[in-house]
Design a protein around this ligand. Structure first.
Ligand code: 3H9
Length: 661
């Protein structure tokens, strides 16, 4: 029997002596962040262990589900408080007695940096480990860029740190980040390991030589990371710091890392990304759903297996649901099955799943043409042609087939889900689940709260979206919901700019320089021009004639230029390459002339400002109408659904902060 003596080092750090091992527990809910109190407690605990004869070794672990979730992000905007984390980490690594990390859950950012400084790392099989700092616009600030490459090599460290990618315990073990994986809580195993280590020389990560590597492999990893950085400063700095880890002393590397961390922490990009981080947590808190439990969902029905339906089905299979897909007839069902199987094949090719994973997923899938099969579903998502008549007829039928407590969700982009709900006997069980294409990839799902949606139904829609690994954003009913409403305003302003004198290619270049993956006209061509054309034709009769209306897109559609799928739209695509087309230039010039507009030079600054302002103004309207709950929800929709650069924070954030392009 070992003696158990509790010692408190700070509010959040305490320890007990177990069989000669000081077990230090960090208890700082919700995620054991490395706050000032935690840092001072941990440092005191390590110093105590160094001088306490009864302690032969140390174990560091976290209370609850997390080891350490990172630095306390709430402290970032405030003046620093001693001790800083590098001091704590240094004390751990230099400790004369063995320190073992018992990684009981996520070890992220500072959490992994603490673990890397320990002399041995034992993790639970449920733990995840990573340095996600670049996602917050910073680099690791307590040795991550210098210690990780000493364990995994420069190329792998570049790949992980520059992308902010976390790995599961199994991968961490095979990479050499940790020494052992155990089922369940690793604390007991860590105590035994710590006792064993007490009689052995200590392995200090910072003293290890870098593993030998082929310089070409390092160059390739760096090039790949930089090509994905697109205007973000942090990944490039991370690559630089990791690459230099082998060229200089640990102390020099750490000093450079710290200076870079502090500089980036106060940058506009880091502030914007912190806004995005907290926006995501705020979005999870939906007014009216406090204390509401989601219903249990095990089987998801999907009606329609086109691009959208098959993407939704694959997402649901990946998340472990049983999936029933229903098509109009046997032939369409067969095609649907092939499409889903094809998406799974692609996942194998890219290494996301293996052959066994594919087989296991297909066992949970059934594809057929009988709607009655959906009687077994807990939630059905329809992803059929976006036509009110088609959808209301389908919902009338589904209403009679599914269990009374099953949920019906529509994936409509533009139709009124209240009108669809009205066709059923239980409108309270209907909500919108608006996925973005390709649904197996895109993170955003707009969860539409219809007039009569029951809170439990809404909570279930959110819970399912989250289990699919998506970011659910709740919104009210209006044409286009949050995203497409703003996108329409963006489109309108982009067309005004063309009429005023800017060329589509200039507008695209300005927005791509700002950080968008694609400019608006390239996106229109990719998505196809015909749906917006059909909407404009529908609206023509009721359009206010005093409102400015640009006819260029109509002329292009009349010429059969529907975008990439027809090889021609705002651009031409010979050999698939986006190319300026003189025919489009002529149409634009003719339209300007017909309206008597003398084209003027429009600067890229004006292009970006006007497009961002148009988005923010539409966002204000959505807030005033109560469609969006908060401005930050709108930012998340535009970032995750429309390629707005996250490091700019979103259109509402830019407007509020008064930032200039
Ligand atoms: C870093 O470490 C820099 C160092 O290198 C520099 C050293 C000098 N701080 O996500 P959840 C809050 S950078 C403050 O729903 P889960 C969050 O706001 C940091 N607060 O939990 C929410 O609060 P509320 C690198 C934080 O169980 C609550 O905790 N680390 C922090 O689904 C629950 O959050 C990261 O980037 C934080 N670090 O997932 C990791 N983290 O309830 C970020 C969370 O008031 N965190 N909160 O809204 C995560 O990935 C997840 O939170 C985690 C738990 C996986 C840990």
């Amino acid at each position: 029997m070992g003696e158990v003596t509790p010692i408190r080092f700070s509010e959040t750090v305490s320890a007990r002596l177990e069989n000669g091992v000081l077990v230090v527990t960090i208890d700082n809910p919700p995620v054991n962040a490395a706050s000032a109190d935690m840092r001072s407690g941990l440092l005191a605990a390590i110093r105590h262990a160094g001088t306490e004869d009864a302690a032969r070794a140390v174990v560091v672990t976290g209370a609850g589900k997390t080891f350490v979730g990172g630095a306390d992000i709430k402290e970032f905007g405030q003046p620093g408080t001693e001790p800083i984390l590098p001091e704590v980490v240094d004390a751990i690594e230099k400790c004369s007695k063995p320190v073992v990390a018992a990684i009981n859950g996520p070890a992220l950012g500072s959490g992994l940096e603490i673990a890397l400084a320990c002399h041995r790392r034992i993790a639970s099989d449920t733990a995840t480990l990573g340095l996600p700092e670049v996602k917050l616009g910073i680099v690791p600030g307590a040795g991550g860029t210098q210690r990780l490459p000493r364990l995994v090599g420069v190329a792998k460290a570049v790949e992980l740190i520059a992308a902010g990618r976390s790995v599961a315990a199994g991968e961490a073990l095979s990479l050499g980040i940790i020494d052992q994986v155990v089922a369940g809580n690793p604390a007991a195993g860590a105590v035994a390991a710590a006792r064993d280590l007490a009689s052995q020389p200590l392995r200090r990560t910072g003293e290890l030589a870098l593993p030998a590597e082929d310089p070409q492999v390092i160059d390739e990893a760096a090039d790949k990371a930089l090509s994905r950085a697109r205007g973000r400063a942090a990944p490039a700095e991370a690559v630089r710091l990791v690459r230099r880890a082998g060229e200089r002393s640990l102390a020099e590397g750490l000093a450079d890392e710290r200076a870079t961390f502090l500089r980036l922490r106060d940058s506009d990009q880091a502030k914007a990304l912190r806004h995005v981080f907290f926006a995501e947590r705020a979005a999870a808190k939906v007014p009216g759903l406090e204390g509401v439990e989601p219903r249990m969902v095990q089987t998801i029905g999907v009606v329609g297996s086109g691009l959208m339906g098959s993407g939704i089905a694959v997402s649901a299979l990946n998340a472990g649901y049983r999936v029933i897909v229903v098509e109009q007839n046997a032939e369409a069902a067969e095609k649907g099955f092939d499409r889903i199987a094809g998406l799974l094949d692609r996942a194998i090719k890219s290494g996301r799943i293996d052959a066994a994973g594919r087989a296991e997923r297909l066992q949970r899938l059934s594809v057929g043409s009988d709607l009655e099969a959906l009687a077994a579903a807990d939630l059905v998502v329809e992803a059929v042609f976006d036509d009110l008549d088609v959808k209301t007829k389908l919902f009338e039928k589904l209403d009679k087939i599914v269990r009374p407590d099953a949920i019906l969700a529509t994936n409509t982009s533009y139709l009124d889900p209240d009108a669809i709900a009205a066709a059923t006997s239980r409108p309270e069980r209907i909500c919108g689940l608006h996925f973005f294409s390709p649904a197996q990839v895109m993170r955003l799902v707009e969860v539409v709260r219809c007039a009569k949606t029951n809170p439990e139904v809404l909570a279930t829609g959110i819970a399912v979206a989250r289990r699919l690994g998506k970011l659910p954003i709740v919104c009210g009913v209006c044409e286009g919901f949050i995203g497409n409403r703003i996108f329409s305003a963006y489109r309108r302003e982009a067309e005004f700019l063309v009429e005023d004198g800017a060329w589509p290619q200039e507008i695209d270049a300005a927005m791509e320089d700002y950080g968008f993956a694609m400019g608006p006209f390239a996106v229109f061509d990719l998505a196809g021009l015909e749906i917006a054309w059909a909407r404009r034709k529908r609206q023509a009769a009721t359009r206010d004639p005093s409102q400015r209306y640009v006819e260029i897109a109509d002329r292009l559609c009349e010429m059969g230029r529907f975008g990439q799928k027809t090889g021609r739209g705002w651009y031409a695509y010979p050999d698939g390459k986006r190319t300026v087309d003189p025919e489009v230039t002529a149409v634009i010039e003719a339209c300007r002339k017909a309206k008597g507009i003398a084209p003027r030079q429009v600067s890229s600054g004006e292009i970006v400002s006007r497009l961002l302002a148009a988005m923010a103004a539409e966002g204000d309207a959505l807030l005033a109408e109560g469609i969006a709950e908060r401005a930050s929800d709108i930012d998340l929709v535009i970032i995750n659904g429309y390629g707005f650069p996250a490091h700019r924070g979103g259109p509402m954030y830019v407007a509020k902060e008064g930032l200039r392009p």
